[in-house]
Design a binder for this molecule. Structure first.
Ligand SMILES: [Zn+2]
Length: 434
């Protein structure tokens, strides 16, 4: 009688307890007197509990038999399906006609996700154009994710059990009929979603495409989205939605990335190199100034020496001593400047620079996220420092190219197929300090 002991303790502490049925009130005073009444309450509670258990056993049994029938005959388990399907008829013979407007929304969610749009971005876009969610409210990121994870999109029903219908892992294939989204689009969208989750947060998308928003449609100037199998293809975002652009050509992103990095990375990557190069230039100028000063002073000293040889003069002698002290000081600072210059150049020899570059390049494809993501972020930043735009232009079905326009307005054409045959010289040259 744990419950009895608990009521006793609570009443001792000064709490009054009323039974729901029978208007009985227990407190510290009447606790012992009303013991029989309390048994009454406890037995009622027990009966109610047993009743609830029996109900749940019955409904579990009924659910299990419905599930068995569904497995064997393909009949309906429930009368409620996903939000984009209507339930018509009576169980067990329910049909699931589509609700076209909602199916269209689901398609759009998958297409956008496959093209690299994050779920929060899709929710925002829907809300901005006044699209209501299937529950009649504003779209939330979680609603988008739920739709992206829902097996009903493939026409299948994931079997669940318990209060929250926790998935058991069993799937009734084709329960809702045919897929409402093509299976390859579903696969691409879910792969993108998984990658996004692994990448943790918004930046992971940006790192996937090293050129970010600089990649533009050559026709409408809009953004290019990464999508397709393993996110290897770029398409115009507006064209993919049929929104005012008909530039539906796809561009192979990976070969372009590899080719572009080979050329642009040496220029873009190591800003430290450029700082050092500038410093070398500055030091060079200072060294030249001091050297000239020393040459001038040495010439003056030489003149004074010959003057002294012809005519002994304490004044000239004093001037010469002072001059020689000055030359000594200049020589000391020249030595210091030369050491600094050697350091600056040493830090940025062409070899050291290339070594650093290759280290980052390897990291760009590293399987480990914590190695790859920081490297890709860093390179993406470095690229955006030197690149103004990248236009994806299709001149014909088999003539597609990336036009990289640099901040200095020079331009390079990269072939879409990753070859370097038709390849103009890089617009910036890597200057290596001598
Ligand atoms: Zn376009």
């Amino acid at each position: 009688m744990v419950t009895h002991a608990w009521i006793h303790r609570v009443c001792e502490a000064g709490v009054k307890i009323a039974s729901v049925k029978g208007n009985k009130v227990f407190d510290a005073e009447n606790f012992d007197a009303s013991l029989m009444d309390m048994f009454d309450v406890l037995f009622q509670a027990d009966a109610a509990n047993k009743y609830a258990e029996r109900l749940s056993r019955l409904s579990k049994a009924s659910y299990d038999s419905r599930l068995k029938e569904a497995r064997e005959k393909g009949t309906a388990v429930h009368t409620v399906g996903p939000a984009w399907l209507q339930a018509v008829g009576k169980r067990p013979n329910i049909t699931w006609p589509r609700i076209p407007a909602r199916v269209k929304i689901v398609r759009e969610i998958y297409d956008l996700t496959a093209a690299g749009q994050p779920p929060w971005g899709i929710a925002k876009m829907f809300n901005q154009r006044g699209e209501l969610s299937f529950t009649g409210k504003a779209w939330e990121r979680t609603a988008i994710v739920r739709i992206l994870r829902n097996r009903a999109v493939e026409g299948d029903r994931a079997v669940g059990e318990g209060k929250n219908s926790k998935p058991t892992g069993e799937v009734l294939l084709g329960y809702y009929g045919d897929p409402i989204v093509p299976l390859d689009v579903i696969a691409a969208a879910r792969a993108m979603l998984d990658r996004r989750r692994r990448g943790k947060g918004r930046n992971s998308g940006a790192v996937n495409n090293l050129f970010g928003q600089k990649l533009r449609c050559g026709q409408c100037g809009g953004r290019m989205m990464l999508g397709g199998y393993r996110s290897n293809f770029l398409t115009c975002y507006d064209a993919s939605r049929g929104n005012g652009c008909d530039h539906t050509d796809t561009f192979k992103y990976r070969p372009f990335e590899a080719e572009a990095l080979e050329t642009i990375l040496p220029i873009a990557l190591d800003e430290r190199y450029f700082r050092q190069a500038k410093k070398s230039n500055y030091l060079g100028l200072e060294i030249a100034t001091v050297e000239k000063d020393i040459r001038d002073k040495q010439a003056e000293a030489k003149r004074l020496v010959s003057l002294l040889q012809r005519n002994e003069s304490p004044t000239t002698e004093a001037a010469l001593v002072e001059l020689e002290a000055e030359i000594g000081k200049r020589n000391a600072s020249l030595t210091a400047l030369n050491t600094q210059l050697a350091e600056a150049q040493g830090a940025a020899t062409a070899e050291a620079h290339l070594e650093r570059m290759y280290a980052v390049k390897d990291a760009l494809r590293h399987p480990q996220d914590d190695v790859r993501l920081p490297a890709r972020l860093r390179v993406a930043e470095a690229l955006s420092a030197v690149i103004e735009r990248v236009h994806c232009t299709a001149w014909s079905a088999d003539d597609r190219a990336f036009y990289v326009i640099f901040k200095n307005l020079k331009m390079t054409r990269f072939e879409d197929d990753g070859t370097t045959t038709d390849f103009s010289p890089p617009p910036l040259t890597l200057k290596v300090a001598a």
